[in-house]
Design a protein. Structure first.
Length: 816
């Protein structure tokens, strides 16, 4: 018993003197901070006069405990704040290393001590260490080069032995001036690399800061720039402290004491295009010469919606009027304060480590992780170890989302064109993509109909061509950003194309989403002469205007055939060349044809009211209208098979999917899952034609105020004297009636009486009763349908007879 008690007391005493790993780290950190302070004070109080007192050996230091008068006298006359010890330290650091710039050594020691105590970001400490060492050596070398000049010869402490050696080598090789240029360039390169600075950002910052006169710039430069830089540094330090504190709370001692294993390579790839787009908008307004008469008072008056037939006949076939038009500028759009916010490297690396650890729990080893941050979502490209099945990683989707506390993740297995698996994880703080930041890139695009959609998940501005698509199908739940996307599409074309180059046919059954564009009826809208509204809101009017567009397509094909070309681009080139322009006739006149973009904001409402009647012109336009410059943009918030039928879907290879409620809706619009995992508010998947997997993007945001400002600005510009009219359906019907009377068969009246008497609209009946051939009998039945005597064909069944008796029939025949 006594031995056991003694053993217990020994164990307790041993445990008392054993320090934990955390305490050891804190002691090391305190030691480094104290050492840094002492080195800093010794360098700060360095004096040349102290060098005479540094002739002692190590044994002479024992004279401190004696009364050696010589030693005590020299110690008395040492001016260094830390005495002879400080004089030795300062002499060693300043003379034998890099001169006065050895001050970076205590700074580095302090940084590491602070990092160890506070459990800060070691990567940041490594970066600061590398920068301070490089900066100290470069600056010492700079003054080493200057010491070759007579003025700096005696200033040995500015360079030290290392700086003097490097400076003399560079100075003798490149000369004093060349050495100065090289060292200054090296310093700024180290500065830019260490702090991830960008030249354009700094240039734009100072250009905005000193946008006044040159006199103000010279007076305010030093004070204002320094205070602003200090504020920026203070904000960065506060943000880093908060992030470090958050990471500290999540760490456990188990991870500290865990044995080291082979680390996964984590790389962060950032895209610099984002700042370029924000810093310098590039679109400049261009004034097009006015070759027509000046704007009269009548141009300012509101256009009367109803158009009678007499005015309609006076409309010229050739629409070639030119106007003086200044496009809207980017100053009508706003910058977003959230757009400059970037995801911190600490957040990116923390999530990458959590992702790696979570997969390791399921025995999935990761070889490499590449992190590409975007405005809303960050892409983690992981390369699994050989032998790991992709299906195992895909099945862990919900486990990964739980481990990262993410709103929802999306796994791309594998990434097309890469031997890696993509994991898209939402950022803790989303970045708003403003319309201004993406529209500034339109002038760089060579597309015929450029559309600035937004930014990809790697931060690149994405601009596509509607002329190549050639039609676009959009689907998304309420509030997912669908209407904003349509506004962005229309705005992109307005900013990039002149009113004579593009026209819009806008169908908005909801009546409020696209009503702003009604003011552009003299500039960008194409309207039907049969209707009394510019923005089509009535479903029946929508059907009529689609049929008018269909007639426009047929007329354009006739013109292309007459000109001997196959595409609208070739036709417009040929028409603009006087030597190649086709000869005009009374029936057909040739002039430049604008593109026509038909925008339907809610297809579901049209399908509910008109059904098959609407589906037919949409399908026909989607099949044939591309070559003549007519393009469809169809949107719906209910992507069911009843709305997006197989006929419509087959002719829309390009599709955009915003957030939807269920997976079946995602499969309807994209033929695959994924849209149900989006975050909403502009988060979208874009599937271009011929691409196996969609591209995830953040739609640019344009507010209602910005759209209203753009339309108000264009409304004040000179418009065309007449609106751009589509072909009239009423005129076509009257022409068809005249042709019907001219081509009526001689046996038409007899055939009508036979059909009405037997109440059976059958071709075989006419063949038997009137002894006609099949072709002639079938042609007469079609004429009876046009006259309203029989109904449409019902397959193998006989047609319905719409006239009940001979009295009604005689009335119809007399009217014909």
């Amino acid at each position: 018993m006594a031995k056991q008690r003694r053993n217990k007391t020994k164990k307790k005493s041993n445990e008392f003197f054993i320090l934990s790993l955390d305490k050891k780290k804190k002691l090391i950190g305190i030691f480094l901070i104290i050492t840094s302070i002492m080195m800093f004070l010794s360098i700060l109080s360095y004096s040349r006069s102290d060098q005479a007192n540094l002739t002692y050996s190590l044994n002479d230091f024992f004279s401190v405990f004696s009364t050696n008068p010589d030693f005590l006298n020299r110690a008395y006359y040492t001016s260094n704040w830390l005495g002879i010890f400080g004089a030795y330290i300062s002499y060693f650091l300043i003379i034998t290393t890099i001169g006065y710039f050895s001050i970076v050594i205590p700074i580095i020691s302090f940084v590491w001590g602070y990092t160890i105590i506070k459990k800060g970001d070691t990567n940041l400490a490594v970066n600061l260490t590398a920068f301070f060492l490089a900066a100290g050596i470069i600056l010492a070398t700079f003054f080493g080069v200057l010491r070759l000049d007579d003025f700096f010869t005696n200033h040995y402490e500015l360079a030290g032995n290392i700086g003097d050696f490097l400076g003399m080598a560079i100075g003798r090789l490149f000369g004093v001036l060349g050495g100065v240029i090289i060292t200054i360039a090296a310093f700024f390169i180290a500065l830019f690399i260490a702090f991830d600075l960008r030249f354009r950002t700094i240039r734009n910052y100072f250009s905005k800061l000193f946008a006044k006169t040159e006199k103000d710039i010279n007076v305010k430069y030093s004070d204002k720039s320094k205070t602003n830089l200090k504020k920026i540094k203070n904000l960065k330090n506060v943000a880093k402290k908060k992030i470090n504190a958050k990471i500290k709370s999540e760490e456990t001692e188990d991870l500290e004491t865990e044995p080291k294993r082979k680390e996964t390579n984590i790389r962060i790839v950032r895209n610099d295009e984002e700042e370029i787009a924000l810093s310098k908008p590039q679109i400049e307004p261009e004034v097009i010469a006015n070759t027509s008469k000046s704007k009269t008072e009548e141009d300012n008056k509101e256009i009367i919606p109803a158009i009678d037939k007499e005015v309609e006949k006076e409309l010229p076939d050739q629409w070639d009027e030119k106007i003086s038009f200044r496009p809207p500028g980017l100053d009508l759009l706003k910058f977003s304060d959230d757009e400059a916010v970037k995801v911190s490297e600490i957040e990116l690396k923390t999530k990458a480590e959590l992702l790696k650890e979570k997969l390791k729990l399921f025995d999935i080893e990761i070889v490499d992780i590449s992190v590409t941050p975007g405005p809303v979502v960050t892409l983690y490209e992981i390369v699994p170890a050989p032998g790991v099945k992709i299906s195992r990683i895909v099945s862990l989707e919900h486990d990964i989302a739980l481990a990262l506390a993410a709103r929802g993740i999306r796994i791309i297995a594998p990434i097309p064109g890469k031997s890696a698996i993509g994991v898209e994880i939402p950022n803790e703080k989303s970045q708003l993509v403003s319309a201004r930041s993406v529209l500034s890139y339109l002038n760089k695009s060579k597309a015929e109909l450029p559309i600035a959609i937004g930014k990809t998940i790697i931060g690149e501005v994405y601009i596509t061509d509607l002329a190549i698509m050639p039609h676009l199908l959009i689907a998304g739940a309420t509030g997912s950003g669908k209407s904003v996307g349509i506004n962005m599409l229309i705005t992109s074309l307005i900013y990039s194309k002149h009113p004579s180059d593009v026209k819009f046919v806008i169908i908005d059954p909801k009546k409020i989403e696209l009503s702003f564009y009604g003011r552009l009826n003299k500039h960008y809208l194409a309207v039907s002469p049969d209707l009394d509204e510019e923005i089509i809101t009535n479903p029946q009017n929508a059907l009529l205007v689609l049929k008018s567009v269909e007639l426009e397509m047929e007329k354009r094909y006739d013109k292309l055939a007459k000109a001997g070309v196959r595409h609208i681009i070739d036709y417009n080139k040929k028409v603009s060349n006087p030597k190649q322009k086709p000869i005009d006739t009374d029936k057909m006149k040739h002039y430049k044809l604008p593109y026509i973009v038909v925008v339907i904001d809610e297809l579901a409402d049209l399908m509910m009211t008109s059904g098959k009647e609407v589906e037919a012109p949409i399908a026909r336009l989607a099949q044939l209208a591309r070559a003549v410059g007519i393009h469809l943009v169809v949107a719906t918030q209910r992507p069911s098979v009843n709305v997006i039928t197989g006929t419509i879907k087959a002719n829309f290879p390009a599709r955009i999917a915003y957030q939807v409620a269920v997976k079946i809706d995602s499969r309807t619009i994209l033929d695959m899952n994924g849209a149900d995992q989006l975050l909403g508010r502009g988060d979208m998947l874009f599937l271009p034609g011929g691409v196996p997997k969609p591209i995830r993007m953040q739609n640019a945001f344009i507010s209602t105020d910005e759209v209203e400002a753009i339309t108000n600005y264009i409304y004040t510009q000179q418009g065309f004297s007449k609106r751009y009219f589509l072909p009239s359906l009423f005129e076509k019907q009257s022409n068809e009636g005249a042709n019907f009377l001219a081509d009526m068969d001689e046996m038409f009246n007899d055939a009508a009486r036979v059909i009405v008497n037997h109440q059976q609209g059958s071709v075989s009946l006419l063949q038997r009763r009137l002894k006609l051939g099949y072709s002639r009998a079938a042609r007469i039945v079609d004429q009876l349908e046009e006259a309203g005597i029989v109904g449409p064909s019902e397959g193998s069944k006989a047609r319905e007879v719409l006239v009940e008796n001979e009295e009604q029939l005689e009335t119809i025949l007399r009217s014909l």
